[in-house]
Design a protein around this ligand. Structure first.
Ligand code: FE2
Ligand code: FE2
Length: 308
């Protein structure tokens, strides 16, 4: 039986929550030690920006959604990722991590991702976006949140992440169902999809943006003394969930990204020595100013308890 996107859309509507639902001044903030605060601040900043990359990805997907219902779902997901970013900013403010309410600077790999999404996001073929977003979601969006709830005992943090995790579960479920839908096309359609992946913008996006982004986050996780295995286990979910989809199995890009995820999760693989780690070093030399000013959509960031 095919997946009921209509029912999912209804669930998404029923489960909407907003920042104003949460009492940001509730007791518990004092449970955070100085040490945890210092350790978590850069991590939270990364997380806020990764949510924003997710938001931008869904905005691009909405433009090419295969059906009107899926388009509406993507519009909700776009708004939800922005909401996650804002909720994380509100937590940072609660924990005294933001000075004068300022928004943290994204690292260079995040800036590159934003730049590429802004420049090419709307032109990228549906299939490559539809396959890359779930990999980013299992690897970063979902996994990083797990670290936070393990490290922080503030009860409000757990309340916020119950909402975020419940949204993420629906994102991941829809992400893979859309892949399943795309894989159900005929062989000609799949050939066209495969050729679309050979678009140089997709390949450059993968190598210049995705490869160093994941390894940079991994480096940051290790630098904080956290266990990188959690991040790697999260990535394995891409293969696991994808393997359940009969039609997903027919997609070339699923196998390409599955192989890539396999290399990423194996620290001994030459992929790290010859490609990913050097790409982190090379991109660290990219001067932020050549990427220009932050694009208009980052204006949506705010730690205020807005009702959206
Ligand atoms: Fe998210
Ligand atoms: Fe997400």
């Amino acid at each position: 039986m095919s997946y009921d996107f209509e029912a999912m859309l209804q669930t998404i509507k029923d489960k909407q929550w907003c920042l104003a639902d949460i009492d940001w001044d509730a007791p518990g903030a004092e449970t955070m030690s100085e040490e945890t605060r210092a350790k978590m601040a850069p991590f939270m900043a990364d997380l806020v920006w990764i949510e924003h990359i997710g938001a931008r990805g869904f905005a691009a997907l909405a433009k090419k959604a295969p059906t009107a219902t899926i388009r509406e779902i993507y519009h909700y997901f776009h708004a939800e990722e922005q909401k996650h970013a804002n909720a994380e900013l509100a937590l940072m403010r609660r924990w005294g991590m933001l000075e004068n309410g300022e928004i943290p600077e994204p690292n260079i790999n995040v800036k590159l991702a934003i730049k590429v999404f802004d420049s090419y996001g709307d032109d990228l073929p549906l299939i490559s976006l539809a396959a890359l977003i779930p990999l980013l979601e299992v690897a970063l969006d979902g996994a990083l949140v797990k670290f936070l709830t393990d490290e922080v005992s503030d009860p409000l943090c757990h309340e916020v992440f119950r909402h975020i995790n419940s949204d993420e579960a629906r994102h991941i479920s829809v992400d893979f169902e859309v892949l399943e839908l795309l894989g159900a096309g005929g062989s000609i359609q799949r050939l066209v999809q495969t050729l679309a992946i050979l678009d140089p913008r997709v390949l450059v996006g993968l190598i210049v943006v995705f490869v160093p982004l994941i390894n940079k986050v991994r480096d940051d996780v290790v630098a904080m003394g956290l266990d990188e295995r959690k991040l790697m286990n999260a990535m394995r979910r891409f293969e696991k969930i994808g393997a359940r989809g009969q039609n997903t199995q027919k997609l070339f890009i699923y196998h390409l990204l599955r192989l890539m995820a396999g290399m990423i999760t194996d620290r001994k693989h030459p992929y790290h020595r010859f490609l990913a780690d050097p790409m982190v070093r090379i991109t660290s030399y990219v001067p932020a100013r050549i990427l220009g000013k932050p694009q208009s959509w980052v204006d949506g960031l705010s730690p205020e308890a807005v009702a959206s």
